[in-house]
Design a protein around this ligand. Structure first.
Ligand SMILES: Nc1nc2c(ncn2[C@@H]2O[C@H](COP(=O)(O)OP(=O)(O)OP(=O)(O)O)[C@@H](O)[C@H]2O)c(=O)[nH]1
Ligand SMILES: [Mg+2]
Length: 621
């Protein structure tokens, strides 16, 4: 920690643009989104003022008042009051206010001024205010607030950043702290707005209003929601197929090259079958989909549609005994449960927060995507893009509905809460996405995915290869060879566990590896079911799918029948196979018991559900 640097804190209402300003000042790429409650922890960075002073900048979660109850708002308050252990109180507060929403944002700004710390007001979103016809007078605003410097900026376009930096110079301005009551603040804010931000006389319906009439409509809204979901999955499938083909071809070329340029032996087999095939066909092929998924999530977050989806879901959430506030954390869990669990910090009610943390991993995260992408096309021969998109939507809906039902039961058991959660979701205006941020964010995610391919997954594949190869047997028969190997023995141990699900020890072993990382499943399957190199060009494409479709039991029965596939998909919907998530759950819920309980519960639930699906569908199909 850079303790000696002077610290500037960014405070303000949710969705005021604090993190956008933080990124603009420090060059960081922290998460921004067009809804309240994106930032839930303190993030710090550094920047230089034009006078060459280096300052530390702390981005805070947004808050409506300095006495809010939810964990994220407490972080903001404690930081401003200097109550965070090991952290000095900030030397200066930059209070970010939304110029197009001045009346409400000023109330908090006045509270911040009353703290007695030096304050500079960053009057953000001047573009939006101007479009709405507001006539802003920063000079007047500054006078009315007792001389606090006011700098108009547009954080998402980098406008006014230099001026803002210039305002952060010594001596830091010390405003007089008047000590208003809550009511006085309200009236004062109104008065100031009338003087410093004059509204146009006529109120015209904005584009956001017009869009919302459709997108929040009790019927059309849901229709639009469904269309957006299916549209996204369909696009992911159809566009990604092209680069996937290239990656598969590329993997084939590299494997052929390894096979051609080395003499036969264990090392060649390790490189060609273990590493190249596992990493290429088991992991890299999914990069295009992952990139597209995060791109679309970024688009939804950035445009403001996410907040609408939460609004639509409010009624459904209420039936599950939760507020719409729990929906946004659940929604971000579709990307990854870790930020989802973190985002529960915006929930005031401690019990509702625990319940949300508990069910968050059932929102299908991006790591499950490769598993579904491999299994879904096997369900029917020659599935169309639309059919796949429908099955995908069904998978996501299944996870979500189960999560809500379990949340409802759990919520009932935990009993009433002292602090009832009041749902205060703001509907931000629709905004043009921050493209640069989205692209950097997607690149970051892709990088993390590639890193896992090069580290933990690579290690898993090497271990698998070794287990499959040693100890060696005298036999020439591939089946006997496998049975003799360490892998065959592990498979024999896990087989009784997965046989009731219609799977054999090989599939069982692949499931086992995915407890280390879900993405390992496909690569493991590639290795475990690997058949002899085929000379046929067409077969290289979708090789794993062809292999799995042809896989049989020793007695010749087809293994991946429709019931077995459905069971396996259901298993992956429900299984919690992610150690990092468990670690974050333990931290956020404040107890390891909660995390272990969740892991055990979800694993057992997954097995039972897969068992039921396999057994029941077997009766009919
Ligand atoms: N039009 C316009 N949009 C902006 C401006 N600054 C930020 N935004 C958008 O406002 C939204 C909210 O930005 P964030 O930076 O995430 O807001 P925040 O204050 O950090 O929000 P929380 O972390 O939820 O408290 C994003 O969609 C930004 O693209 C601006 O000056 N003009
Ligand atoms: Mg933020």
């Amino acid at each position: 920690m850079s303790g000696s640097l002077e610290t500037v804190a960014l405070a303000g209402n949710p969705n005021a643009g604090k993190t956008t300003l933080f990124n603009a000042l420090t060059g960081a790429n922290q998460q921004v989104g067009n809804y309240a409650g994106v930032t839930v922890e303190r993030k710090s960075g550094e920047f230089f003022t034009p006078h060459g002073n280096k300052l530390r900048l702390v981005d805070l979660p947004g808050c409506y008042a300095l006495d809010g109850g939810s964990p994220d708002q407490q972080i903001a308050r404690k930081t401003l009051l200097g109550e965070i252990e090991g952290e000095a109180r900030p030397d200066l507060v930059v209070c970010v206010v939304d110029a197009s929403n001045l009346e409400r944002h000023l109330v908090l700004a006045m509270q911040v001024i009353e703290l007695g710390l030096p304050v500079v007001i960053a009057l953000n979103m001047v573009d939006v205010a101007e479009k709405a016809g507001l006539r802003l007078d920063p000079q007047k605003l500054s006078e009315e607030l007792g001389g606090v410097p006011v700098v108009p900026i547009q954080a998402n376009a980098g406008k006014g950043i230099v001026e803002l930096k210039q305002a952060l110079r010594h001596p830091f301005p010390h405003p007089a702290s008047p000590g208003w009551t809550a009511e006085e603040r309200q009236t004062r804010a109104l008065q100031i707005c009338e003087i410093a931000a004059r509204r146009p006389d006529t109120h015209t319906a904005t584009l956001s209003d017009k869009l919302d009439a459709w997108l929040l409509h009790p019927f059309c809204g849901w229709l639009a929601f469904a269309a957006i979901m299916i549209g996204i999955f369909w696009t992911i499938f159809s566009i990604a197929e092209i680069p996937m083909g290239w990656i598969e071809d590329g993997t084939g070329v590299v494997r052929d090259w390894v096979n051609a340029s080395m003499s036969e032996g264990d090392f060649r087999s390790l490189l060609a079958d273990g590493i190249v095939t596992g990493v290429g066909e088991g992991v890299l092929v999914f990069l295009p989909q992952i990139v597209l998924l995060f791109f679309f999530i970024g688009l939804l977050e950035s445009s403001g549609y996410m907040a609408r989806a939460a609004f639509l879901m409010d009624g459904v959430m209420a039936k599950a005994g939760m507020s719409g506030k729990a929906f946004l954390p659940l929604l971000s869990s579709y990307a990854c449960a870790i930020p989802g669990v973190m985002a529960t910090r915006t929930i005031d009610s401690a019990k509702e927060r625990l319940v949300t943390i508990f069910v968050a991993p059932w929102m299908s995260c991006s790591a499950r995507l490769p598993v579904y992408l491999t299994l879904v096309p096997l369900l029917l021969s020659d599935m169309t893009g639309l059919q796949k998109a429908l099955v995908f939507s069904a998978i996501y809906v299944t996870g979500t509905i189960t999560a809500l039902v379990v949340a409802r039961i759990l919520r009932g058991r935990l009993g009433e809460d002292k602090t009832p959660s009041h749902f205060l979701l703001e509907l931000p205006p629709y905004r043009a996405p921050q493209w640069r941020y989205i692209f950097r964010h997607v690149a970051g995610r892709a990088g993390a995915f590639l890193k896992s391919a090069g580290t933990i997954l690579l290690a898993i594949f090497i271990i698998l290869w070794a287990m499959k190869t040693y100890p060696k047997s005298e036999s020439e028969d591939p089946g006997e060879k496998l049975a003799h190997s360490a892998m065959g023995r592990v498979g024999a141990v896990v087989e009784p566990l997965v046989k009731p699900l219609g799977l054999d020890g090989r599939a069982g072993t692949a499931i086992l590896t995915s407890f280390a990382a879900r993405e390992a499943f496909v690569g493991s399957m590639t290795q475990l079911f690997h058949v002899e190199e085929s000379e046929d060009e067409d077969e290289t494409l979708n090789r794993l799918q062809t292999t799995l479709a042809a896989a049989t039991w020793p007695d010749g029965r087809k293994m991946f029948t429709l019931p077995a596939l459905l069971g396996l998909i259901v298993f992956y919907i429900y299984a919690l196979q992610c150690l990092p998530t468990s670690a974050v759950v333990a931290r956020e819920a404040g107890s390891w018991k909660w995390a272990v309980g969740q892991l055990v519960f979800m694993s057992v639930f997954a097995w039972v559900a897969a068992f039921a699906v396999f057994q029941i569908t077997s009766m009919f199909l």
